[in-house]
Design a protein around this ligand. Structure first.
Ligand code: P6P
Length: 310
């Protein structure tokens, strides 16, 4: 008798006590993140074959970025999967200007889902990895949505990402380590592939968009110069790797060690990565994998109190 596969559902049920909601509500929320991202993964696989699935919608999102058709599809998928389930009170999305209420009335303690539905979508038309990045908060109070949603990342109940690539991987944490599930298309289930992933202490790669070098502060150029300087004792020079999709660059860093940077520069004076649904969920994953996530001022990202949704 082969060992029965540890699907996401079996894993969650077997560890119900480590999930923050004994009523099973949170467990069902995690399973629906699996449903939403399996749906997006399937659409991504078909996009090149389906008329009109790729390319731009012609719209500009709240970030001022051109919206890809797959951005809209991924955003709509999260909305449809969670609408009327009673599992998520409020959804914040990179693709939505304001919070979307999925459940009336809001009740303190219910969950908010903060998501970048298709991160790195500038890569999607070139068949390069993209991802969905998510954070889960609890509502502290109802009424003023924004005030309640602007929680430091330390308050996140769970966080993770799905990496759409040769495999579709779901990587998440609920504060009890980082666990990796691989989508088995034969059975349509995310199956446990790595439990308690820990980032190597010594890295081989650095990952940054060096096209921005002239916009960086001088000390940062000196740091990159340090990484590029030959020194066998400290494993230098590091090699450079940069996909331009946060989930892909972070996943490689988790597995190989090293450093990913998106520093502030003269164009993005507050940096580019959005705190609530990119930097915070990734920071929780990295800390749970015994890594670190800091700003270029040395602040711990999870301690920052957000000042705006986007
Ligand atoms: P750049 C994608 O748009 C994203 O938000 C992250 O996935 C990625 O790390 C970063 O922006 C890439 O930005 O300026 O290097 O193209």
């Amino acid at each position: 008798m082969t060992q029965s596969v540890m699907t996401l559902a079996r894993y969650i049920l077997a560890r119900q006590d480590t999930f923050p909601d004994s009523t099973g509500e949170f467990s069902n929320l995690m399973l629906l993140i699996g449903v939403a991202t399996k749906t997006i993964a399937w659409e991504l696989r078909q996009a090149g074959l389906v008329e009109d699935a790729l390319g731009l919608t012609g719209a500009i999102n709240v970030q001022g970025e051109q919206v890809k058709k797959m951005d809209d599809y991924a955003n709509e998928t999260f909305l449809k999967v969670f609408m009327n389930t009673g599992l998520v009170c409020t959804m914040v999305s990179e693709e939505l200007e304001g919070p979307e209420h999925l459940m009336q009335p809001c009740t303190p303690g219910s969950y908010s889902l903060l998501v970048d539905p298709l991160d790195g979508s500038s890569n999607v038309d070139m068949n390069i990895n993209t991802g969905s990045i998510f954070a889960i908060q609890r509502r502290r109070f109802c009424g003023d949505d924004e005030a309640d949603l602007l929680q430091p990342g330390r308050e996140q109940v769970a966080a993770g990402y799905v990496l759409y690539g040769p495999s579709t991987l779901l990587v998440f944490t609920t504060g009890h380590g980082v666990h990796v599930f691989t989508l088995d298309a034969a059975i349509g289930e995310f199956v446990l592939s790595t439990e308690d992933l820990v980032i190597p202490t010594q890295g081989r790669y650095y990952s940054v968009n060096q096209g921005n070098t002239r916009r960086w502060q001088p000390w940062l150029r000196e740091y990159l110069d340090y990484l590029q300087t030959e020194d066998k004792a400290t494993g230098r020079p590091y090699s450079a790797r940069y996909v331009g999709s946060l989930a892909a660059d972070i996943h490689r860093t988790l597995l190989t060690g090293g450093i990913f940077l998106y520093p502030a520069d003269t164009k993005n004076t507050n940096g580019k990565l959005r705190l609530l649904y990119e930097a915070n969920p990734i920071a929780m994953i990295l800390e749970q994998a015994q890594g670190r996530a800091i700003t270029d001022q040395g602040e711990t990202i999870l301690e920052i109190t957000p000042t705006q949704l986007h």
